[in-house]
Design a protein around this ligand. Sequence first.
Ligand SMILES: Nc1ncnc2c1ncn2[C@@H]1O[C@H](COP(=O)(O)OP(=O)(O)OP(=O)(O)O)[C@@H](O)[C@H]1O
Length: 246
Amino acid sequence: MTAEPLLRLAEVGMRFADGTAALHEVDLEVSAGQFLAVVGPSGCGKSTLLRLAAGLAKPSSGAVLRRTDEVAYVFQDPALLPWRTVRANVELAAELRGLPKPERRRLAAQAIELVGLEQFAGHRPGALSGGMRMRVSLARSLTLRPELFLFDEPFGALDEISRERLGDEVAKLFGARGFGAVFVTHSVTEAVFLSTRVIVLSGRPGRVVGDFPVPFDYPRPPELRFDERFAHLAGAVSACLRGEAA
Ligand SMILES: Nc1ncnc2c1ncn2[C@@H]1O[C@H](COP(=O)(O)OP(=O)(O)OP(=O)(O)O)[C@@H](O)[C@H]1O
């Protein structure tokens, strides 16, 4: 199986105009059905890496090759319109694409069901918890059936329980849809729980210092987080992040 990768970064370096070097010779690949988690110290260039992957910036050296335009970018701010209901917010992406109303409705209803918000479809964002708002944001990106998801620390502002629940949701969606994903996080547990592979970046300029395949099958039960093999792998990723030899 040699599926053409959806995204490939080849020896990517990034140096900003002010001289700040953010990334150094980063190589990575993501194909459909691969969920790549990226961890690294603060300021090591993780968001920069996602911006390059999305085509929002050009690398100063190396190449970014993306085989799809069907990309969803999910970040910490759910960016919902407060005056619109959950349903109307979820419909927004399809609306901006110019899809006819019945099609938008259908896609939105499907996505709302996928993230378990059916009972709240008529509510406005102000009446929802932070975790629920994030679910609305996820549902909105799901309507366009993206091939590649780019997540920039999407659950960083949530409490631990909401964060784990959303992690469970994302793992479920990935198991069902099999998109390609790059997920930036500060949480090693989140990285291991969600991904098929964890990449560890060094301090700035970020370069790949660890690459850990994650062997657990999907669907992943929440209790996996307490499994001994899980703890062992998370421990190895943490040690790498702290700069200890594996
Ligand atoms: N447009 C820019 N011009 C100059 N420097 C920048 C620019 N954007 C980012 N940087 C710097 O590049 C480095 C990497 O930033 P980036 O936001 O990618 O890091 P990060 O790993 O996502 O950080 P965090 O984990 O804290 O969110 C930082 O030192 C940042 O200050």
